[in-house]
Design a protein around this ligand. Structure first.
Ligand code: EPU
Length: 436
């Protein structure tokens, strides 16, 4: 057997092993102690893509070691950048970008591939990116990214599963008004506009903290951006950008997941290194449902404060309740007294965790985009299967409070976006073991 074949088989074997990994969770222990927040996956992805916009070195700190990030790093290397990973610091230099393409083989497991569309066309005048397919939570189209790039003068072609953007004479500033709010769409167009000729105005922009984080990195690189964090963003294009050193924001979804883990188990958990101002809607609703939450500048402490009560929740764009915490919140509501209406307004199919929670004893009825959760229901450990990243977190939370043992299958979904989840939960006293 040739060395290349052997190496490929070894890689495939490792991948298969990871895919087979399961978590064994024995529930019933209140979580107690301190846990540190990692950097935000959904900031790390666009800031890594933004490093393609300059030939100079960019150092990014607090980058979580999760699978989506490894995929993005692989993609940047394919584009021609050097990527050097040292703990949670990633140093990138895209001195030239000889391959402005995101091939299907690399990006098929990651929806965020469209994030390189803007940077590649801005830097090189062309980009060819495999279109992300649908995933468990919805169709995930990129029509809004494409329409906005056209406003900046790009010519777009779609064929063979790829979207190709060309701007032979460079992009020019334009007026973009998004028909609906899109997080990565806003980030993509900011990254395209920073090197365009003239002014770009983005209306109905996403206001998520991750958008602000990308804008602050780009500003350090020399971009001129006003209004990030509001729904109107103005960008004055500059001819070139330089290098920068930037630490990304903490992961608000991870921090929120630990907050719910403390509450659902009736424990006492201190979440460190987080940004409570990014989680106000979650904190408010959790307080209404009976948890005691104290906040400092970069920490939150959740404690049991009597019985949990049901509250209604509707996902919204920031600063509303994040769709990425809906599944986890639903698990919490199974342990709250009364009826809770949970409404998902961002994605069309983000209730895949509900039938699995029902298998553990929850009383949940899904009607279109609403789920009706009746509590309190005692949960019992069961074999359950993860369908997507946040659904997995929901099942793990339910398993932490369930009586007996749960076997959580397909946890490669968790590995896409939570850094060391089982290690962190074990640090809080949970009985969690990974088995191959
Ligand atoms: N949409 C379109 N056309 C587009 C783009 C979006 O119709 O061109 C629709 C989507 O189908 C969805 C809605 O607009 O119904 C909002 O989608 P958005 O574009 O805001 O989502 P995204 O940018 O693809 C990011 C996060 C998601 C998070 C959403 C919403 C990243 C890499 N991903 O996705 O994170 O749920 O914003 O906040 O930032 C996760 O981390 O688990 C995750 C799914």
């Amino acid at each position: 057997m040739g060395a290349a074949v052997a190496a490929r088989r070894a890689v495939t074997a490792v991948a298969a092993e990871k895919i087979m990994d399961k978590l064994l969770i024995r529930g019933g222990k209140p979580l107690e102690g301190e846990v540190e927040t990692s950097g935000a996956k959904n900031s790390a992805l666009p800031v890594l893509a933004a490093s393609l916009l300059t030939s100079e070195p960019v150092a990014l700190r607090r980058i979580p070691r999760v699978r989506d990030i490894a995929t993005m790093e692989k993609l940047l290397r394919y584009n021609g950048a050097s990527v050097d990973v040292d703990g949670d610091t990633v140093r990138i230099q895209a001195a030239t970008v000889p391959n402005p393409e995101a091939p299907y083989e690399i990006v098929k497991t990651m929806r965020a591939s469209s994030l390189v569309l803007g940077p590649l066309v801005a830097r090189t005048g062309r980009a060819r990116v495999s279109m992300p397919g649908g995933c468990a939570i919805g169709a995930r189209p990129i029509n809004l990214h494409v329409a906005a790039l056209e406003k900046l003068g790009a010519k777009i072609f779609q064929e063979h599963g790829y979207v190709e953007a060309r701007a032979d004479n460079g992009l020019r500033g334009g007026h973009v008004k998004f028909d609906r709010i899109t997080v990565t769409g806003t980030e993509d167009i900011i990254m395209a506009a920073v090197l365009a000729d003239g002014e770009t105005v983005i209306e109905n922009a996403a206001r998520e903290p991750e958008v602000v984080d990308v804008a602050s990195l780009l500003t350090r690189m020399g971009a001129r951006i006003d209004g990030a964090g509001t729904s109107t963003i103005r960008i004055q294009g500059v001819p070139r950008l330089g290098g920068a050193d930037h630490a990304i924001i903490p992961d608000r979804i991870e921090a929120g997941t630990f907050l719910i883990a403390g509450a659902i188990t009736g424990g006492d958990v201190l979440v460190r290194g987080c940004a409570p101002e990014h989680l106000m809607a979650t904190i408010e609703l959790m307080r209404q449902s009976g948890s005691s939450i104290e906040c400092g500048p970069d920490w939150m402490r959740v404690r049991k404060n009597g019985k949990l009560r049901s509250v209604d929740m509707k996902t919204m764009e920031f600063p509303g309740f994040a769709t990425d915490l809906q599944a986890q919140f639903m698990a919490l509501m199974t342990q709250a007294e009364g009826i809770s209406f949970v409404e998902e307004t961002i994605f069309e199919n983000r209730f895949m965790h509900a039938p699995e929670l029902v298998r553990m004893g929850a009383n949940i009825r899904v009607e279109g985009r609403k789920a009706i959760v009746a509590g309190v229901t005692p949960l019992s450990g069961a074999p359950v299967t993860c369908s997507d990243l946040r659904a997995s977190a929901s099942l793990i939370l339910a398993a932490l409070v369930a009586e007996g043992e749960s076997v959580v299958d397909r946890i490669y979904h968790v590995d896409r976006g939570y850094e060391g989840l089982e290690r962190k939960l074990a640090g809080l006293g949970a009985s969690v073991n990974r088995v191959a």
